[in-house]
Write a protein of this length. Structure first.
Length: 279
């Protein structure tokens, strides 16, 4: 009985399973059977996969890495750790390509896209109201059919809506120059989950402009930001979303005739989700 008690007390000291990380290697991260580079490969975790660290080995490793986008070279130091991934893959990985994040209603994998409801062209009392929008982000984490996306209307008097994803297709341009350089683009179709609230039916406008958030953030709402003059290049429009009801922006969108930018506040730092050229 004493031996069993000692074992139960020892487990929490080596188990780090409560910590949350994601794979930051754009090309994916190899999982191996043992904590060494020549060990048999179990699988490759794609960029953005969430993992939990089960234990650390203290076996150190340093890798020379070159950023393919910027050409910047740097040495990444870390150690071999045992992990289990969100898709139940277990083994050893180099933790230099794992980034820890705090549990939060939103992460860098949150997507924010523009969409609108054409009030004049849809049956507002239908149970199959559909939306179509294009999704672009530097940190794309596969959006699957059946997942829920959230429509946040620009008009504050209207409640947020939830839609279920019907289809997701990668956009292929016949003219490559039309594609954005920053990231792949996806066309998303989704169907409303419930009957449209009466406030929408009574709303006296032709269009309802909105942002589509995935995964949904319960308290998401727009913050009023005035139009800002941008000199001879025209006006800069800003759409700011507040996720935690503190009155401050957690997502910012701005654009002029040179570029469109969307960034998100993560642990006090602004991270660019998308930089594109206006079409």
């Amino acid at each position: 009985m004493k031996k069993l008690l000692l074992l139960l007390l020892f487990v929490p000291l080596v188990s780090l399973g409560q910590m949350d990380y994601y794979v930051s290697a754009k090309g994916g991260l190899n999982v191996r059977e043992a904590p060494q580079a020549k060990a048999k490969k179990v699988s490759t975790l794609s960029y953005g996969t969430f993992v939990s660290i089960e234990s650390r080995t203290a076996i150190k490793l340093a890798i020379n890495d070159t950023d393919k986008r910027t050409g910047v070279k740097k040495q990444i130091e870390g150690e071999w750790v045992k992990i289990i991934s969100e898709n139940n893959i277990s083994g050893y990985v180099f933790d230099g390509y794992l980034i820890q994040f705090k549990p939060h209603p939103w992460t860098i994998f949150t997507t924010v896209s523009q969409a609108s409801l054409n009030i004049k062209e849809i049956n507002l009392k239908s149970e199959r109201i559909e939306i179509t929008y294009n999704l672009l982000t530097e940190y794309y984490k596969t959006l699957k059919v059946g997942e829920i996306v959230q429509l946040v209307p620009l008009e504050k008097e209207l409640p947020n809506l939830e839609f279920i994803v019907k289809s997701v297709e990668k956009v292929i341009y016949l003219e490559p120059d039309l594609a954005q350089d920053c990231c792949d683009e996806y066309k998303v179709e989704a169907i409303i989950l419930e009957t449209l609230p009466k406030k929408y039916i009574d709303f006296n406008k032709e269009y309802i402009n909105s942002l589509i958030v995935h995964p949904p953030v319960k308290n998401a709402k727009f913050i009023d930001i005035p139009r800002i003059k941008a000199g001879r290049f025209g006006d800069t429009y800003r759409s700011w979303l507040d996720f935690d009801n503190d009155g401050n922006p957690d997502v910012r969108q701005q654009s002029d005739d040179k570029r469109d930018v969307t960034d998100i506040l993560i642990n006090g730092n602004w991270v660019e989700l998308m930089i594109g050229v206006p079409m």
